[in-house]
Design a protein around this ligand. Structure first.
Ligand SMILES: Cc1cc2nc3c(=O)[nH]c(=O)nc-3n(C[C@H](O)[C@H](O)[C@H](O)COP(=O)(O)OP(=O)(O)OC[C@H]3O[C@@H](n4cnc5c(N)ncnc54)[C@H](O)[C@@H]3O)c2cc1C
Ligand SMILES: NC(=O)c1ccc[n+]([C@@H]2O[C@H](COP(=O)([O-])OP(=O)(O)OC[C@H]3O[C@@H](n4cnc5c(N)ncnc54)[C@H](O)[C@@H]3O)[C@@H](O)[C@H]2O)c1
Length: 482
């Protein structure tokens, strides 16, 4: 068949979370759409991201609780891990989540869907990998991201893997060297370790997860180092493919002796790279930043004043699922409205790492406040003596909250500890409502709950801001271990 030339109002490149959101919004206003997908339908989140990673973490957490039996005075053995069964459940449930997404895609109008990779030929024209081309009045870039793999890792040859590979395993390997102590490395590394896999986590510059507050970061480093081999500032001298796997020669700390260990795989979790370097942006008039991402307005997703919009991981800014979804819908709405483009307020930043202890970041980070010279106070609480956390043997953690000294408004926080996935939400909601610390303290806190730890941090913050009335810290009406 000779190559087809199609003309549409809106072309959306990528049918992941942001592309699907964009499609739903744009579809409300036009029937002239091309929704293009080069890879597999199903989204990164459901196929190889959020969902399968949490499916791997779940059995690891359950088994870890059994390791605490004796501390509770319980007798019983720690369950053996049936790696094949663990991975079978991960794959089955993953497939179920992917099937839900695919059902949604199935319901999209068949005449809108195109299966091919797209590349810009000029500002309005896309060349497709199937030989066809599309002329579009407006275009949305929703191409997502892919693992960033330093060249250094290539010597691991066929034993170099990423998150794209892990969830297709039919059994657990014996050993994995995880590179990158960011979100993926912490989540997958700890889960594999707790499922009996020999894991070493190799970080860089003592960074851990998304933490920028030095006190919380140091606490996190100390805590994770007690849990599994974690070389947070080590030096890797050599990575070599050997007969039985990948041999890694390294120093755990700068002054340590050299160690040589062999692993089945090297898992690269060293950040992600936006899929914007391979879509022909050089053929457009878009201005790019130093990462190669088009300059765009995060309140409208519009690139400059152009008819091109960018959403989700493709813009590299907040590579999280709920943000990709919001950005996709905003881009879809504005592409349909163009040239009258609306700005929408963005949600308060919220990040959660599903490690144990969990990590939470909300609102403005310590780094952002410090670098911008904001005069902020810090309220800190340790979870080591927090009542409910001790009861549950989950009493590891440190929360630091930041408040504005002039207005008493809560600005943000960084934390590691029990139940942070819930505490971080409460904090994000109160920050989005622009509540003062005093107002938040008027809200009900039950007893005995982990939220009482959050209340203690808020009370310390109020005191640090010099704003009364100041309830006595560790007051008796707060209940023991608040
Ligand atoms: C291991 C892992 C765990 C994660 N866990 C969480 C979590 O717990 N919580 C959270 O909030 N976020 C998590 N994330 C992040 C989250 O998955 C992403 O932010 C989100 O999926 C991004 O959605 P997207 O629409 O931008 O990209 P995607 O869903 O990746 O969609 C992009 C689509 O574009 C297609 N495409 C690319 N280039 C082209 C082209 N040229 N032509 C046509 N199609 C193209 C791709 O094939 C893909 O289908 C995780 C990510 C990973 C990797
Ligand atoms: N729970 C969640 O919400 C969740 C879970 C997984 C992923 N994600 C998203 O996916 C994104 C990507 O995750 P990620 O963990 O790949 O990236 P990341 O940016 O969180 O962490 C990458 C880490 O790798 C380190 N690193 C880089 N090069 C290295 C090297 N050569 N050796 C050792 N360490 C090196 C970096 O210093 C950094 O700490 C995250 O930013 C997040 O937005 C979210």
């Amino acid at each position: 068949m000779s190559p087809q030339k199609k003309h549409v109002e809106i072309a959306i490149i990528g049918t992941g979370t942001s592309g699907m959101g964009a499609y739903r919004e744009a579809r409300k206003m036009t029937d002239s759409i091309a929704l293009i997908e080069g890879g597999e339908y199903g989204t990164t989140c459901a196929r190889v991201g959020c969902m399968p990673s949490k499916l791997l973490i779940a059995p690891a957490e359950v088994r870890h609780r059994a390791e605490l039996f004796s501390q509770f005075g319980l007798k019983g053995s720690i369950p053996d891990v049936d790696g094949a069964a663990v991975m079978q459940r991960v794959r089955n449930e993953r497939d179920r989540f992917v099937a839900f997404v695919n059902e949604d895609v199935e319901e999209f109008d068949a005449k809108h869907k195109i299966k091919a990779y797209a590349k810009f030929v000029d500002d309005h024209t896309l060349a497709l990998s199937n030989g066809d081309s599309i002329k579009a009045e407006r275009i949305i870039i929703a191409t997502g991201s892919r693992p960033n793999i330093p060249n250094f890792f290539n010597s691991a040859e066929d034993r170099l893997i990423t998150n794209d590979d892990v969830f297709d395993w039919t059994d657990l390997p014996k050993s994995v060297a995880v590179f990158g102590a960011g979100v993926i490395g912490l989540e997958l590394g700890q889960a594999l370790f707790r499922l009996g896999v020999k894991v070493h986590l190799f970080g860089a510059e003592d960074l851990v997860g998304p933490l920028s507050d030095p006190a919380v970061r140091n606490y996190a480093l100390e805590t994770f180092k007690k849990k599994f081999p974690f070389h947070s500032s080590g030096e890797v001298k050599e990575i070599k493919r050997v007969d039985n796997g990948v041999q890694i020669t390294f120093r755990s700390k700068p002054d340590d002796d050299i160690t040589v260990e062999t692993f089945d795989y090297l898992l690269a979790a060293t950040g992600r790279r936006a899929n914007v370097d391979n879509i022909g942006l050089e053929n457009t008039s878009l201005k790019l930043d130093k990462r190669g991402v088009p300059l765009y307005d995060p309140l409208s997703m519009q690139c400059g004043n152009s008819h091109i919009f960018i959403a989700g991981d493709a813009n590299s800014d907040i590579p999280l699922l709920h943000e990709a979804s919001d950005e996709g819908r905003l881009a879809g709405e504005n592409a349909a409205r163009y040239p009258s483009v609306y700005k929408r307020a963005r949600k308060v930043p919220l990040g959660i790492v599903f490690s144990d202890p969990q990590i939470g970041t909300v609102g403005k980070s310590y780094r952002e406040l410090s670098e911008n010279g904001v005069d902020f106070a810090i309220g800190e609480v340790s979870f080591e003596n927090q009542g409910r956390s001790r009861v549950m043997l989950m009493n590891k953690g440190l929360m630091r909250l930041y408040g504005d000294r002039d207005t008493g408004i809560l600005l943000g926080g960084e934390m590691i500890g029990p139940g942070q996935e819930h505490l971080a939400h409460l904090l994000a909601w109160t920050i989005q409502m622009r509540m003062t610390v005093e107002e938040i303290l008027q809200l009900p806190f039950y007893h005995p709950v982990i939220e009482e730890g959050l209340r203690s941090a808020l009370r310390v913050l109020l005191q640090e801001m010099g704003m009364g009335p100041q309830p006595p810290l560790n007051c008796i009406d707060c209940g023991p271990g608040a």
